[in-house]
Ligand binder design. Structure first.
Ligand code: URA
Length: 241
């Protein structure tokens, strides 16, 4: 039994919940190993031989990497740990080691945040060389004008000389205090600073997409879901730059 692991670890690693959640499934008799209800979380299972069934469905061995999409709430930081603040990891239904947020959203920014343990995947999104589009909905304290749209398109320059690449700013004729911004970089506070350069303050910010992967309207704030392979591929589809 070279690959024997505890049943609760096996279930948690397979994305079925945190260690404490899967322990409850076991206590409630919802888990069977080789056709027999499992009684203890510490029961050892051999990932190659044993058949583990949770609520009628066979559970496969842990995938090499996991990919979560979190609808990040405001009030938590994009870090694996923090001494003062809640972190986004508290919303991930897994205690798998090595998972981390892909890039960062500010503490008060909501929306799409990816969390994974696949370093190459994360790098291909966050690397400044890759230019993956990120789309945000920004609510502002004033109205967007044609000059704002042009300034974004020309490339905003911050007061310290940092130059942003061309960005797309769209807004509805009937709501000029809300902009949809597409940027292909990830500079610190980038969207807020770009608007500030145009005399506008961002009062609410939400990320709605990375590449062709969009926030699912059924996923409430604070909820997290596992990505499918198709979701993962869509991150690299449809970039404008
Ligand atoms: N730009 C910002 O200003 N804040 C974010 O959280 C993301 C992009």
């Amino acid at each position: 039994m070279a690959k024997a692991v505890r049943l609760d670890k096996f279930l948690a690693d397979a994305g079925k919940g945190t260690r404490s959640e899967v322990k409850k499934f076991i206590q409630k008799g919802q888990v069977q190993v080789n056709g027999t209800p499992a009684e203890k979380p510490e029961l050892k299972v051999d990932q190659d031989k044993d058949v583990v069934v949770l609520a009628g469905e066979t559970v496969g061995a842990a995938p090499e990497f996991v990919y979560y999409l979190l609808n990040k709430p405001a009030g938590c930081v994009s870090a694996t740990e923090d001494r003062n603040d809640r972190t986004v990891m508290e919303y991930v239904p897994s205690d798998r080691k090595g998972i981390f947020p892909v890039g960062r959203l500010d503490k008060d920014t909501e929306g799409l945040l990816l969390i994974t343990d696949d370093g190459d995947f994360a790098h291909s999104i966050t690397s400044p060389k890759k230019h993956v589009d990120k789309k945000y909905v920004a609510k502002l304290d004033g109205e967007i004008t044609e000059d704002t749209v042009k300034a974004f398109s020309d490339g905003i320059e911050f007061s310290d000389g940092t130059k942003c690449r061309s960005a797309v700013l769209e807004c509805d004729e009937n709501d000029k205090k809300t902009g949809i911004v597409t940027i292909c970089e990830g500079k610190y506070h980038q969207v807020k600073k770009m608007f500030l350069c145009c005399g506008l303050k961002v009062v609410h910010l939400q990320r709605i997409s990375i590449g062709g992967l969009y926030l699912d309207s059924n996923l409430h704030i604070g909820e997290c879901k596992l990505l499918t392979d198709l979701d993962k591929k869509s991150v690299f589809i449809g970039n404008i730059h």
